[in-house]
Design a protein around this ligand. Structure first.
Ligand SMILES: [Zn+2]
Length: 399
């Protein structure tokens, strides 16, 4: 579980088929193998092999039942098969969520994410890996304790980080917002620290997965999820599948240059000047109001002031939406997405941000390509990355 199998590879196909079978059982409750074959489109022999394999891992059980006078072999999730954890690290916070492997509401397309315990803690600015993992492990134990569940029931965890990640090694890239984590082969460290198989992933990618499964990207084959927080990133759904790129780092829209200016454009932590993130991160947005207010406000305060008619706050949110729209326009012209989902801390600004974003998009993208692209706020709000981590952990519990 330390590394993700590549989509399209034999292992990737096997994992995808297992996920489809698991999802079919979650949705239907106790389907027969023939019903699973119909739902998933897989050959009956493939379904039979997967049910046997998942039976061996203790996730599924097949048993004979009589239905309408006929003996059938029904497949069910095993109650007490264990739990998985999703963990989401931000620049100054960590969230931990738990879900039961046998929870039927974890099926893709369910109108709400699985029932869960979720806890959050603040982290110091510039915290290191050891501090972060200690805090996450403490939250995990607290969540398990509150649910009255033994740590031994934990089957695996997925950790999200606001940084590009090398999916092969699980190492944290340098242009993320966690300077204390750069270069650390994190997947191994997390597995050691938590004592369960673990993997790491980018938080915007995980947010996309959660919105695709249980939120605003449900049923959307071509869409973009945008995370606007301290870090700015995106996830892409193309042709119905999450697109990660060849090395897993696709979607780094925060490093698209929107201010091609000269030496006056801000230097980004990636080394370029004028990246989108230098113009629209929450840190930049709040810092711009600090001289007027005497101290940097929170994002919630900026939004509240804008709603109260405080013109500088409205202007800053409008400019932020405009810059994001300009950066998205190129992507929209090339990819023609049907829906753009705005998440992250800045999404709480709602139309104050989305209206100028959409106007800039319409003005800069090829006419026609944006006509059908809706711009909406993320349904899962700030929970999207931790729920995406949970979704991936639920998928992988059977791998
Ligand atoms: Zn950059």
């Amino acid at each position: 579980m330390n590394t993700a199998s590549r989509p399209g590879s034999p292992a990737g196909l096997r994992d995808a088929n297992r996920r489809r079978v698991l999802d079919a059982v979650r949705s239907a409750g106790a389907p027969t193998q023939a019903e699973i074959a119909v739902t998933t489109g897989l050959a009956p022999a493939t379904v039979s092999n997967i049910v046997r394999d998942l039976g061996a891992t203790g996730v599924l059980v097949a048993g004979d039942e009589v239905r309408a006078g006929r003996r059938v072999r029904a497949v069910r999730l095993v109650r007490g098969a264990g739990l998985v954890a999703g963990i989401d690290f931000g620049h100054r916070h960590v969230r931990v969520a738990l879900a039961d492997v046998a929870d039927p509401t974890a099926a893709a397309g369910h109108p709400a994410p699985p029932q869960r315990a979720e806890l959050r803690a603040d982290l110091a600015d510039g915290h290191g890996v050891a501090d972060g993992l200690d805090t996450a492990a403490g939250l995990l134990d607290e969540a398990l304790g509150r649910a009255g569940i033994d740590r031994a029931a934990l089957r695996g965890a997925v950790v999200g980080l606001p940084a590009p990640l090398d999916l092969a090694t699980g190492a944290v890239g340098a242009s993320g917002v966690l300077p204390g984590w750069v270069g650390v082969p994190l997947a191994g460290r997390v597995s050691e620290h938590l004592g369960v198989p673990s993997s790491v992933d980018n938080d915007a990618t995980l947010g996309t997965l959660a919105e695709q499964r249980w939120g605003a990207l449900r049923g959307i084959d071509d869409g973009i999820f945008l995370k606007l927080s301290d870090g700015v990133g995106a996830g892409l759904v193309l042709g119905g599948a999450l697109y990660r790129g060849p090395d897993g780092t696709a979607g780094e829209i925060g490093h698209v240059v929107v201010d091609p200016g000269d030496r006056f454009a801000a230097v980004c932590r990636c080394g370029h000047r004028g990246c989108l993130e230098t113009v629209v991160s929450t840190r930049t947005v709040t810092a711009m109001l600090a001289p007027l207010l005497g101290a940097p406000p929170t994002v919630a305060e900026v939004v509240a002031r804008a709603r109260d008619g405080y013109a500088p706050a409205s202007r800053i949110l409008a400019d932020t939406g405009h810059h994001v729209g300009v950066a998205l326009a190129g992507l929209c012209t090339v990819l023609t997405p049907r829906r753009i989902v705005v998440g992250g801390e800045l999404a709480q600004a709602g139309d104050l941000l989305l209206a100028p974003l959409h106007a800039a998009l319409a003005a800069a993208a090829l006419p026609g390509t944006t006509r059908t692209a809706e711009v909406v706020v993320a349904e899962l709000a700030e929970h999207a990355p931790v729920l995406g981590a949970l979704a991936l952990a639920l998928d992988r519990c059977a791998a």
